[in-house]
Design a protein. Sequence first.
Length: 469
Amino acid sequence: MPSEDPTIFVLFGATGDLAKRMVLPAFFELHTRGLMPETWRMVGNGRGDVSHLDFRGHVKEVLDEFGPKYTAEQWDAFVEHLFFAGGGFEKSNPGSLLDVLQEAHDDLGPDARYIHYLAIPPSAFIKITEGLDEHDLIRDDSRVVYEKPYGNSLASFHELDDLVQSVMKEEQVYRIDHFLGKEATQNIHVLRFANALFANIWCKEYVTQVQIDVPETLDVADRAGFYDETGAFKDMIATHLFQVAAEVAMEPPASMRAEDLQDARESVLAAFRPLEADDVVFGQYEGYRELPDVPDDSQTDTMAAVRLWVDTDRWRGVPFVLRSGKQMAVSQQKVILVVRTPQGPLTHVPASTIELSLKGTGEMQVQLVLKKPGPDLDLVEQRIDLKLDNGTDSSGLPPYVALLHDVTLGDRSLFTSSAGLERAWTAAAPVVDHPPAPVPYRPGSWGPSESVRLTGDVGWVLQDAADGS
Ligand SMILES: NC(=O)C1=CN([C@@H]2O[C@H](COP(=O)(O)OP(=O)(O)OC[C@H]3O[C@@H](n4cnc5c(N)ncnc54)[C@H](OP(=O)(O)O)[C@@H]3O)[C@@H](O)[C@H]2O)C=CC1
Ligand SMILES: O=C1O[C@H](COP(=O)(O)O)[C@@H](O)[C@H](O)[C@H]1O
């Protein structure tokens, strides 16, 4: 359902990497699916002087590389909405943005609302926010989308958020964490709250460990400068994987409305125990320091694993073990609940697992212990595989498309809140303040073997399955 409000999107960082891979294709997909507001314009912004025509050419190239297949008619209908304002944008110098916005208002009317999207490096968030305030571009109906990471530490989170809260209301802020926008992440709620089979075992009495394992084969060569300042812990663990952990660990919300879901996530984030040194292992792949823009003595983590404790009655004593890294053995995104073995007549039974893949529309595997057909009571492990789009005719919306759509509709349920992020950075603070030295690992491996210690007797489920152990 599209919004009826005439809308001017301002895309800061429109020529950048994220815009190219995700945001511009998301605009196109929303438009071709008929989900954009009825009247809209997008004004790209950047520091260079790019004509409207050149920007349109750039967007076409981007779509050819990263977008869905499209027809000439679809492109023609889309391109007329695209404009560019160059010369940068800040408090002391707005470049050409104000003039280009005036032209947009001449077309869409003086009351067209603004949706600002900051697809720029986090170091520029403050400068652009101050500029928006100075030039009266945050009105009562405006919305502002911030990319992640929203802060790099508890202190920098506060510095940014204090400014943001002073120039707009919390309801106007959309802090993106695209893992919350994944179809499969949203399915965690439904799987759990719609099926007693899962609802009843979603607690410490039945689950012995939760693993959120996101190894990537990707390297960081094309964004090494950014990555070296960030590292795996901040890029993935304290951001995306903490939010996914909160989705898994939350208490049932009062309803599925945005405020109730956010409340449930915030409450459980407050129960994340600040990490201790013994709960963290950092790795760095061999060869990383040879990349351009990476110092020879870089201590940046290209892999991080943590054991997180969630101090609620539901989860006390159950480790949530989170791992992610670059140049690892496989690319997977799994939430794995390791289920306790029942007390009963069968002994030495392997643990069963519930595995949820966060990729695409999601998949679920349940690993069960069954009787091997035959005269003896031999046990065998079997997997049930379920594609979560099975039996439906819908492929869902990719995360950036879904989240941008939610921004146009004013639905903040899949965005992080100020209180929630403060709690996440508080739990992460001991590691941010005193990061451990990274242990070297071989590219294409599972990272340093030291991380196995965090999983206790369980071991890394994904890794053991791949190794056949
Ligand atoms: N790339 C990715 O895969 C992902 C990125 N993100 C987040 O998205 C945001 C953008 O990332 P990405 O696109 O990779 O970054 P880029 O380095 O590509 O920067 C985006 C654009 O921002 C503009 N820019 C750069 N520095 C400044 C500055 N100091 N002041 C104003 N504008 C500036 C540049 O445009 P110009 O030169 O035209 O001014 C640049 O093209 C970041 O917050 C990042 O963490 C999140 C998930 C994934
Ligand atoms: O935000 C980020 O996410 C990607 C992984 O995203 P996905 O779309 O493949 O699920 C990660 O590779 C990147 O380092 C990080 O900045």
